[in-house]
Design a protein around this ligand. Structure first.
Ligand SMILES: N[C@@H](CCC(=O)N[C@@H](CS)C(=O)NCC(=O)O)C(=O)O
Length: 217
């Protein structure tokens, strides 16, 4: 299997965590560097040019959540990052959507805006995105008061999403100190070896982060 990804990209890290959790190997097609042939291949595979993208023989799998579900088919059902129990599986997919839509999307909005020239910036959209993050943080903090991982006691697909998204979201719009449960969860995620390895592999790229990367992570 070939994985098109960039080590600093949050959605790539989401998939990388799952490969690591499953101890599944892949042929890396890193998108790092200008005029990268992998970037031209990506554009041919997926005109949106979003990554990660997985290629397995004749099959192309788009979207980090679907890549995680796809590679999970290679391991016994009981070990998958989406539980066998259909109701729990639904809750995992629901939390995965929450992290994509209400943490990652507003976080990316703020970061992409910061990369634009001043006169093309969207102050209203950025304020809305910051408010969405605040609402998500408060909701997640209350939830994490009762959970070790996003859904119950097992590390799942939802945690693969939470790890990079909360990591970068806290850089972008700090989680308030009173959200102790959410901050503790973010620390638990940082200590998970699959995510710790992804964070370490991405360290050389921190200068790409337009809002300034804090030293403490
Ligand atoms: N919905 C996609 C989102 C992927 C995504 O937005 N990836 C970012 C990198 S973190 C990207 O491709 N950015 C390049 C671009 O926007 O052109 C998924 O779940 O995989």
């Amino acid at each position: 299997m070939q994985l098109y990804y960039h080590p600093f990209s949050s959605y790539s890290q989401k998939a990388l965590i799952a490969f690591d959790e499953y101890a599944i190997d892949f042929d890396p097609r890193s998108l790092d560097g200008p005029d990268n042939p992998a970037m031209r291949e990506l554009a041919a595979l997926w005109p949106m040019k979003r990554f990660p993208v997985l290629v397995d023989g004749a099959r192309t799998v788009l979207e980090a959540s679907c890549i995680i579900e796809y590679i999970g088919l290679r391991v016994p059902a009981a070990e998958r990052l989406i539980p066998e129990d259909p109701v729990l599986a639904l809750e995992v997919r629901m939390l995965d959507r929450v992290f994509d839509n209400y943490v990652s999307t507003p976080q990316q909005k703020v970061v992409f805006d910061a990369l634009r020239p001043q006169h093309q910036r969207d102050a209203h959209g950025v304020n809305e995105a910051r408010r969405t993050l605040e609402t998500a943080y408060a909701w997640l903090d209350a939830r994490m008061a009762m959970h070790t991982w996003a859904v119950g006691e097992r590390f799942t697909l939802a945690d693969c999403a939470a790890a990079p998204f909360l990591f970068y979201a806290h850089w972008t719009h700090p989680i308030a100190p009173e959200h102790t449960h959410l901050l503790a969860y973010r620390q638990r995620l940082l200590q998970r070896s699959s995510f710790a390895r992804a964070v370490d592999a991405a360290r050389p790229y921190r200068s790409y982060f337009p809002l300034g990367a804090p030293a403490e992570d």
